[in-house]
Design a protein around this ligand. Structure first.
Ligand SMILES: *Cc1c(COP(=O)(O)O)cnc(C)c1O
Length: 440
């Protein structure tokens, strides 16, 4: 790719001084690093003015496009009053309001909101809280966690322990606590002729067998509701969540919904678990929570859990903290994000957008090399047959030349655009991806 001097200088400096995430840095001897000079709406612009459609919402965090005027205005206003104050022993309007509004979005079922700084810290919080709840309730033997095959819950040691993605996990295996994995209801793994719902029920039976045997030592089941993202956008029937909720109740095991990716409208409802008509014991939120502006995460839980920690004894309390817990700027960005959901009737609007995008991808879905084309809410994914080695990297590079930011996972290509994507941009995304497949 032709790069200007300004682009080249910045990417060379970045390669030297910045250790980029989830990257074998040596690959950047040939693979370009894109210097982002600015961003607007769905587009990132490099130092040379070249543009890239952010079809992955900057790693799944952006909801309403870059430089959203209403979020910008809220942050500028917040900057004039309070940027940050510690949350132990202190509080402020944005954190109180955000907690109240998030709780209201669960119908009040999850009335207590604990804050972290990123997704992985939310997972850590939920795991520790669940274990500590059982300990406070006189069940200290409940120390184990169960997750789904192919699950992703973050990459700090505790979160990685319940993650099941070999590429991220295997190297660190000696550092991790053992956890159990039960079969994923991912409908692609269903036997021929078995419907996604039937497959979900069969997988729930496997979960039941596990819990039957191990409930006395199991604290919680952690799941990504409806879509398992990082393993390659595995999608499954909501029936699994209904059954998992029943089983967790029957066997006295917590249900942790990791909605770090699926929350905030991504799957078509505000929270994905709503589609199963259930409420989890813990709800982990991050990514879209600030509209993609600032790092923030939250774990919501029930009165029942909260009360188990409420005591004269200090160590029965949840003695967990992060320095930036409840950061006022991040909370204010989150409040502005919730305002936009109301002002723009986002869930309703997205329903139309989702149908439009699905119609625009009809030809792509029918492409001879495309397999298992699927869609949930504002996520589309498919596998590419005969992809060959290094497919993801090659498609990423080819897409950049066609103004698209795509970041395949193995041979899975997915679209997870900002909700603000318009019809023209959706058409561009669908057509250019089709052209890329034809050319590849
Ligand atoms: C991204 C993600 C995480 C981890 O969040 P980070 O902010 O990257 O630590 C955890 N769970 C799910 C489902 C995610 O998609």
């Amino acid at each position: 790719m032709q790069t200007s001097t300004r682009n080249t200088v910045l990417l060379t400096r970045s390669r030297t001084a910045v250790w980029h995430p989830c990257t074998q840095m040596k690959q950047h001897e040939t693979l370009p690093i894109i210097p982002v000079a600015r961003a607007q709406g769905c587009w990132l612009y490099d130092c040379d003015g070249r543009r890239y459609l952010d079809a992955v919402s900057s790693w799944w965090v952006n909801l309403f496009g870059h430089a959203e005027p209403r979020i910008n205005a809220a942050l500028i206003d917040q900057l004039q009053t309070l940027e940050h104050a510690m949350l132990a022993g202190f509080t402020h309007e944005p954190v109180v309001q955000l907690s109240e509004r998030l709780s209201a979005l669960t119908g009040g079922a999850l009335g207590h909101c604990f804050y972290g700084s990123d997704g992985a810290s939310a997972t850590e919080i939920a795991l520790k809280m669940s274990f500590h709840y059982w300990r406070n309730r006189g069940r200290p033997a409940k120390t184990e966690f169960v997750s789904l095959a192919g699950s992703y819950h973050g990459e700090t040691l505790g979160a990685l322990s319940v993650t099941d993605v070999a590429l991220f996990k295997d190297t660190y295996a000696p550092l991790l606590r053992a956890s159990s994995q039960v079969p994923s209801p991912d409908w692609r793994t269903a036997a021929p002729g078995v419907s996604p719902r039937e497959h979900a029920i069969a997988c729930a039976q496997a979960l039941e067998r596990h819990l039957e045997q191990h409930h006395a030592s199991t604290a919680a089941l952690i799941v990504e509701p409806l879509v398992q993202g990082a393993t390659g956008m595995a999608m499954y029937d909501a029936e699994y969540l209904r059954q998992a909720r029943l089983l967790c109740d029957r066997y006295g095991v917590h249900l942790i919904a990791d909605e770090i990716m699926t929350g905030f409208g991504r799957t078509g409802s505000f929270f994905a678990h709503e589609q199963a008509g259930i409420v989890p014991d813990f709800l982990c939120l991050s990514k879209g929570i600030t509209g993609g502006y600032l790092p923030l995460s939250a774990v919501l839980t029930t009165d029942r859990v909260y009360e188990a920690f409420y005591d004269d004894e200090i160590t029965r309390g949840f003695l967990h903290s992060h320095s930036y817990t409840g950061n006022a700027l991040a909370c204010r960005a989150a409040l502005a994000t919730l305002d936009i959901f109301e002002q723009d009737r986002v869930i309703e609007t997205n329903r139309k957008k989702s149908a439009q995008m699905t119609a625009l991808t009809r030809e792509l879905a029918a492409h001879p090399r495309v397999r298992d084309f699927r869609n949930t809410g504002m996520i589309w994914a498919f596998e590419v047959d005969a992809a060959g080695p290094d497919f993801g990297r090659r498609l990423f590079e080819a897409a950049l030349k066609h103004e698209l930011l795509l970041r395949p996972i193995g041979n899975t290509v997915y679209f997870m655009p900002p909700y603000s994507i318009n019809e023209e941009e959706m058409a561009l995304l669908a057509t250019r991806t089709l052209e890329l497949l034809d050319a590849a």
